[in-house]
Design a protein around this ligand. Structure first.
Ligand code: BES
Ligand code: ZN
Length: 456
């Protein structure tokens, strides 16, 4: 292990230079004009796996963006890790709010700024480099590893469930390892044992055939911008509770023991609020902030569009309005049932003065595991060795749809050991990765393989 650690330490600057190249590829899965770049990022990932010493490395096509697969199975009798990550990234708008261009990775104050730095290319690369160090210095790995890196996570992993169902044998393993989540805070590493699920909709309202002069016609027909606002306003009450009938029926209440554990976490609400720049925090009455984000479902408006939004004033009655909305789900809510409840409620509260079109987009199930399993404990020891500190156990508000598929289709537990930070600006301008965490994360990943090897 010492040779491996020495190699990682002397390679520190090289890793950052290589990661910058990876981050230069604008692999935005949501935008069709970037399909070629997404493929280029897949090829880059495959090449990085090959030069790390992985075998059978290949791109496997799906109806969407390709999966990158590579394996090293030279440790018979030892456990097999299925390492999952994603090489696609989110769109970069609003571009003018980036201090440096999103695809020209730049180091400032020990942080690497670029789209995908934390979510998730930096964390994928961290594992690739841990694998490389191990294979280069010891001629192999202490465990078997199958790398499974996809290009559609940021668009809901829509083709992945079918892919997993049809490649069950290829993906057979003992445990899934994922690094695609933040640490609890700077200096406080964490292992994540729960994720929220998601359902996502687009709402389109049409009032009239065309935009109209708001003086000539205003008052005679409904205004779809206002109707949209009225419909959306009925989704939550003033206490932050979602008003969709049946929405909370299947929510698993937070247990007393878990609540007591969370109270012990070093969470500072004032610091949290100030960092977010929010005048006040707001959420469902009767729950703490951590409970609201980790254990309660929510309804959010992701975007709104209607009418004239340019400079100056234009007296117009818009013909259409549009909103993108989503709901984060917790165990034991079922995305299909929530979709049905939402649709029924919107149809009920939307007046007949407009035409309503509802489009279901991607989604994913919530996931939670008992954190007292041997793999999670092994990850805890690895993090301790990489970061010099034992991790806390946290749930997260974000979603990784495939995690529940791994359990349902492959019967696999997952260990989520992420090295991002709550202020990493994922999905926002100026996304960044703390290079100290990146380096410690490579060391922790190397220890993780060894810890898992020593389990059986
Ligand atoms: N890395 C995130 C997931 C995440 C975010 C985990 C925060 C823990 C905390 C992932 O890349 C992501 O953004 N997932 C999407 C999934 C969606 C498109 C189905 C999400 O959560 O919005
Ligand atoms: Zn993401």
């Amino acid at each position: 292990m010492n040779d491996v650690l020495d190699f990682i330490n002397v390679s520190r600057d090289r890793y950052v230079d290589e990661l910058k190249q990876y981050l230069a590829i604008p692999s935005i899965s949501a935008l069709p004009q970037h399909a070629g770049d997404v493929r280029r990022a897949a090829e880059w990932t495959a090449e990085a796996l090959r030069s790390a010493g992985m075998q059978q490395v290949r791109l496997i096509d799906t109806p969407g963006h390709p999966v990158v697969y590579g394996e090293w199975l030279g440790a018979p009798g030892k456990p097999t890790i299925l390492y999952y990550g994603h090489y696609d990234v989110q769109p970069v708008d609003p571009l003018d709010l980036w201090t440096t261009p999103p695809f020209e990775a730049t180091v400032r104050d020990g942080e690497l700024y670029a789209r995908g730095a934390a979510d998730d290319k930096g964390q994928v690369f961290m594992h690739i480099k841990a694998i490389e160090a191990y294979i280069k210095k010891t001629g192999g790995l202490p465990v078997n590893i199958k790398c499974f890196i996809e290009g559609e996570e940021e668009v809901g992993s829509v083709h992945l469930d079918d892919f997993i169902r049809s490649h069950k044998k290829d993906l057979a393993a003992d445990v899934v390892v994922i690094s695609d989540s933040p640490m609890f805070d700077r200096g406080i590493p964490s292992i994540c044992y729960g994720l929220r699920g998601l359902v996502y909709f687009q709402l389109d309202l049409r009032g009239t055939r065309s935009d109209l002069h708001s003086g000539a016609f205003g008052g005679a027909v409904a205004n779809p911008a206002l109707v949209l606002a009225q419909v959306l306003a009925q989704m939550k009450d003033r206490g932050g509770r979602v008003r969709i009938p049946g929405f909370y029926d299947d929510v698993r209440p937070l247990g007393d023991a878990e609540r007591a554990e969370w109270k012990k976490l070093p969470f500072n609400e004032t610091k949290y609020r100030k960092e977010l720049g929010a005048p006040r925090l707001f959420g469902e009455k009767g729950y703490s902030t951590l409970e609201r984000v980790w254990a309660r479902p929510t309804f959010e408006v992701n975007g709104l569009l209607s009418g004239f939004t340019g400079e100056g004033a234009k007296t117009v009655l818009p013909a259409v309005s549009m909103a993108k909305v989503s709901m984060r789900l917790v165990p034991d809510q079922d995305p299909n049932r929530i979709e049905e409840l939402f649709e029924a409620y919107v149809r009920k509260v939307c007046p007949a003065t407009v035409q309503l079109k509802l489009t279901r987009m991607h989604g994913g199930k919530p996931w939670m595991t008992e954190f007292d399993n041997k793999y999670v404990r092994a990850a805890g020891r690895a993090v301790q060795q990489g970061f010099g500190q034992a991790p806390v156990f946290s749930r997260e508000g974000g979603s990784i749809p495939v995690v529940s598929t791994f359990r349902e289709e492959l019967g696999l537990p997952s260990v989520l050991f992420g090295i991002g930070l709550p202020d990493e600006n994922a999905h926002a301008p100026n996304e960044k990765l703390d290079l100290g965490n990146f380096h410690n994360g490579i060391i922790a990943s190397a220890y993780l393989y060894q810890e898992i090897a020593n389990l059986d």
